[in-house]
Design a protein around this ligand. Sequence first.
Ligand SMILES: [Zn+2]
Length: 374
Amino acid sequence: MIKLFGRAFVDDQIRDDVLVTLDVPQIVDVRVVARPPADAERIAGVIVPGFIDVHVHGAAGADFMDGDAAAIACVLAFHATEGTTALAATTLSASRGDLHAAVDVLARVARASPRGAEICGIHLEGPYINVQAAGAQDATSIRPSDLHELAALISLAPERRWIVTFAPELAHAEELIEQFRDRVLFSIGHTAATHAEAVAALEWGAAHFTHLFNAMTGLHHRDPGVVGAALTSVGATVELIADGIHVHPAVLRIAAQAMPHRVALVTDAVRACGMPDGTYKLYDSDIIVSGGAARLANGALAGSTLTMRRAVQNMVELAGLPLETVLPMATEVPARILGVDNRKGRLDAGYDADVVVLSEKFDIEQVWVRGERG
Ligand SMILES: [Zn+2]
């Protein structure tokens, strides 16, 4: 058993003198103690739940679209070193064959439980999106929604949480949601929808927004757009890419304050994450990474090189929010989105032993994934 003693994020507060006892695969006990046992390790930083990323494509030169078990293992291992202990493996708009192959390998790897971050979900970012808001997605792979294709993909991994990013203004979007809303979290994104179209999609059952502000209609005071629908929604959750490039720090702060308990920090990281500046593949496109920003040749942002550790740091240092406000955005909220909030996202007895020790400078000092050192 591992015993960590020090400051810890427990019940939405950072408390002193917490003893966290963990084993494989669960947390055994979390309590405030006057004096730690002799075999406890004193922690200088803060003990927090492992981070959960619901939108991530790759890292360290590998991408979930590679359709290769070794590439998937590489992404899972890299993000674990940056504090991510669970994630939704995210695909891109791709040909039918490539998408099916990628999901097939992901499903098999997820069942084998490799080391590193746990694949709790599969996030299809397209292909049922609006080509007008494609961002860096391959325009030729974007297509009308196809109930048979989606059913076939889900059947490859029915035990995972499924997130589908879709554009509600496209034909048959309502039918798509009606057919799959029991099995899929529908996420509004890569969309040119009006405010009214986004509100209608929420009524049909969509309940999430993919990288809020990016690749969607913005908020204008006479035309509130998709962003307005997200801000005024009661229960829908949203993703924020907190790299300081995709969304201005002031807007990160506005979003966090306007939507308590509804914001999930995501990386949207691509294979260039953790790699030097240079040219990399994003499905069929070349992307150029310069100063950490990933773009297509035409200048469009193409995912990010962000890590969850850095996203948390940016929400504190750039957006000016207290760490206690930021941590749930990287833990509890994404655990809820992935339907694993009964076992992840908190430091509590009986929860998975997904634990991160964060230094004062936001470095990752220790990572435990289901009780194994990451
Ligand atoms: Zn993405």
